[in-house]
Design a protein around this ligand. Structure first.
Ligand SMILES: O=C([O-])CC(=O)C(=O)O
Ligand SMILES: [Mg+2]
Length: 210
């Protein structure tokens, strides 16, 4: 498989930077605690972190023909969001595809399904989130779809949605662009409130309550 030059940047570059500063838990609170992918989708390695724009991929269980085809559609700053039906029998990506995604400009991959080559993926520092690991490789027959809305972990993801994935414990959230400004305004209030709560605990501690 040949590498091609990374394609043009996805929109909302500066907006993405502002989301990067916040925890997924706080962003979730800012979106009424909705839009959070279920906790079964976890980082393949502790500390993996990525914020980008969704390139959704649908692939039938145990197959990755559509995932390979998605390489040609990646724009700089995208996160591959793959609905593989949560299937635990076969890995739909491994280190090879994960690093090709990165070489084509993707900032990470979220899979509602299983992956393999975890140690190599960690060594490469490529952010991958998935339901689990299996050494079994995928078939390459299709069908599938690229750039159509998918569901992962109970959340609908449209092409271009903002996806924030935090491997330090808080998981994955999907932010529709039309709610981005509202989410950023609201998350700043939440951060201030959290800081006030921390200060309250500090004051109690300093007063010798505990
Ligand atoms: O069989 C495949 O192509 C999946 C895989 O292990 C990889 O991407 O490294
Ligand atoms: Mg492999």
């Amino acid at each position: 498989m040949k590498l091609r030059a990374p394609a043009l940047a996805a929109p909302y570059g500066q907006l993405l930077d502002r989301f990067r500063a916040h925890s997924v838990a706080n962003l979730g609170d800012a979106l009424d605690r909705l839009n959070i992918v279920d906790g079964g989708i976890a980082p393949v390695w502790q500390g993996a972190k990525a914020v980008g724009t969704a390139l959704p991929v649908l692939t039938v269980a145990g197959d990755h023909k559509a995932v390979i085809a998605a390489l040609e559609r990646i724009r700089h700053g995208d996160i591959l969001v793959i609905n593989a039906f949560g299937h635990d029998g076969r890995a739909v990506i491994g280190d090879n595809l994960a690093q090709r995604f990165a070489a084509y400009g993707a900032v990470g991959t979220v899979v509602d399904g299983y992956v393999r080559d975890a140690a190599i993926i960690e060594g490469l520092g490529v952010p991958v989130f998935a339901r689990g690991l299996t050494p079994a490789g995928p078939f390459k027959n299709g069908p599938g779809a690229i750039g159509e809305p998918v569901a992962i972990g109970g959340v609908v993801v449209n092409p271009g949605d903002i996806v924030a994935a935090d491997g330090d414990g808080d998981g994955v959230i999907v932010i529709p662009p039309h709610r981005a400004q509202e989410a950023l305004t609201s998350v700043r209030e939440i951060v201030a409130r959290e800081a006030a709560l921390d200060a309250e605990v500090d004051a109690l501690r300093n007063a010798g309550v505990r």
